[in-house]
Design a protein around this ligand. Structure first.
Ligand SMILES: Nc1ncnc2c1ncn2[C@@H]1O[C@H](COP(=O)(O)OP(=O)(O)O)[C@@H](O)[C@H]1O
Ligand SMILES: [Mg+2]
Length: 185
């Protein structure tokens, strides 16, 4: 996978498969500590001890179709390539929290990629029954994008409506531009 946005999509797929209704994605870029921390939290069915202990094994999966099991192990590999690490916290019935830590400036640290595209495709396909919270910080400044808040404002208009999707896309693009400007300042 060439960038982190594709890893995010893949890890969120696990949350969706686990029946999560709330998925929280946080990116924390800390250039002072030289770290990029990606966190994905969900309220799905979680993992029992056995699953948790094998979750990083590239040949382990509980999927019945298209058995692979690479998602978490590839993310772990991507963190290790930078000298970073991954942490998985989960209990049966209590959701899961994946924290991937990358060394920010390492030459092998994958770029973020098109996060807007990733979020928009998740909202367009799963936004009707799943809520997403996206938080992005760069050196403590950032923004929060919360589909629960958006849905409240929309009242009866569905979040996957084409006009809404375009609006959200522009919104996210602007937020990322602001963040970029701030970090160059
Ligand atoms: N968020 C999650 N909630 C519950 N179980 C999970 C979650 N993420 C991963 N798992 C478990 O870890 C296994 C390995 O995940 P992964 O490496 O992405 O491979 P795959 O999705 O192909 O099985 C999954 O099959 C599932 O049993
Ligand atoms: Mg997976």
């Amino acid at each position: 996978m060439k960038d982190l946005s594709l890893h995010i999509l893949d890890i969120v797929e696990n949350s969706i498969a686990a029946g999560a209704k709330n998925i929280k994605i946080t990116i924390d870029e800390d250039t002072k500590k030289d770290l990029l921390i990606l966190k994905i939290q969900d309220d799905g069915k979680g993992m029992n001890k056995k699953t948790l202990s094998k979750a990083l094994d590239p040949f382990f999966t509980t999927k019945k179709v298209r058995r692979i099991g690479l998602g978490l192990s590839m993310l772990a590999q991507a963190t290790r390539e930078t000298g970073g690490s991954i942490d998985i916290k989960s209990k049966k019935g209590e959701g899961a929290c994946i924290t991937a830590i990358f060394v920010y400036s390492h030459i092998d640290r994958k770029p973020l990629g098109d996060i807007t595209e990733t979020l928009i495709s998740l909202i367009a396909t799963r936004g009707f029954d799943i809520d997403f919270i996206y938080k992005h910080y760069k050196n403590k400044h950032g923004f929060i994008f919360d589909t629960k808040v958006i849905k409240k404002k929309l009242k009866d208009v569905p979040v996957y409506n084409t006009l809404v999707i375009n609006y959200l896309k522009n919104n996210l693009t602007k937020e990322f531009e602001k963040l970029k400007k701030r970090s160059n300042a």
